[in-house]
Write a protein that binds this ligand. Sequence first.
Ligand SMILES: CC(C)(COP(=O)(O)OP(=O)(O)OC[C@H]1O[C@@H](n2cnc3c(N)ncnc32)[C@H](O)[C@@H]1OP(=O)(O)O)[C@@H](O)C(=O)NCCC(=O)NCCS
Length: 167
Amino acid sequence: MNLSIRNGVEADLPAIRDILNHYILESAVTFEVEEVSIENRREWFKQFDPVGRHQLIVAEVDGKVAGYAASIRFHERPAYEPSIMTSVYISKTQLGNGIGETLYRVLLSGVEKTGLVHRAYGLVVIPNPASVKLHEKLGFRETGVLHEAGYKLGKYHDVKIYERRFE
Ligand SMILES: CC(C)(COP(=O)(O)OP(=O)(O)OC[C@H]1O[C@@H](n2cnc3c(N)ncnc32)[C@H](O)[C@@H]1OP(=O)(O)O)[C@@H](O)C(=O)NCCC(=O)NCCS
């Protein structure tokens, strides 16, 4: 497996859209419910800055996008600025190959280096054993449960809040 990890660029957006749309349609791991368009991903992409709080990291396997990790604003209210929300999505054909862990590590160390981030939050829709394992392995601690916070695919889902401290 020829794996490379780098900052995301606009040319990655069609692959990123396809990876995300699979999980939107087939699972409750994300609470998006409608497929996203390329225009939607172009707007989303505008927030990223390779030397800022909000970063997009992409994994390529043999030249093909295999997954991505992103940090975005945790909440729009201004005092939340030092907090980010992080997430990671791996193509269904590349699950379980260590790529999610590698991507998440690179994202977390990248945002840590900026000195601009105080807390990272991962919101994990339960059940999601792979994501729980990944967050725990990378230094996140479970800080709470939002009971039946979302309704998708015909049922309510709990959401666990995972917190990673930087300072
Ligand atoms: C969660 C996700 C990013 C993990 O990425 P991955 O590349 O498949 O996982 P990795 O191979 O890097 O494994 C990381 C750890 O999780 C464990 N893991 C992976 N898949 C697992 C599964 N299905 N069940 C339990 N543990 C699992 C691995 O064993 C490894 O831990 P270990 O080193 O102690 O053995 C990936 O499963 C995914 O994209 N899922 C769908 C999207 C999603 O849920 N994203 C998170 C939203 S909060």
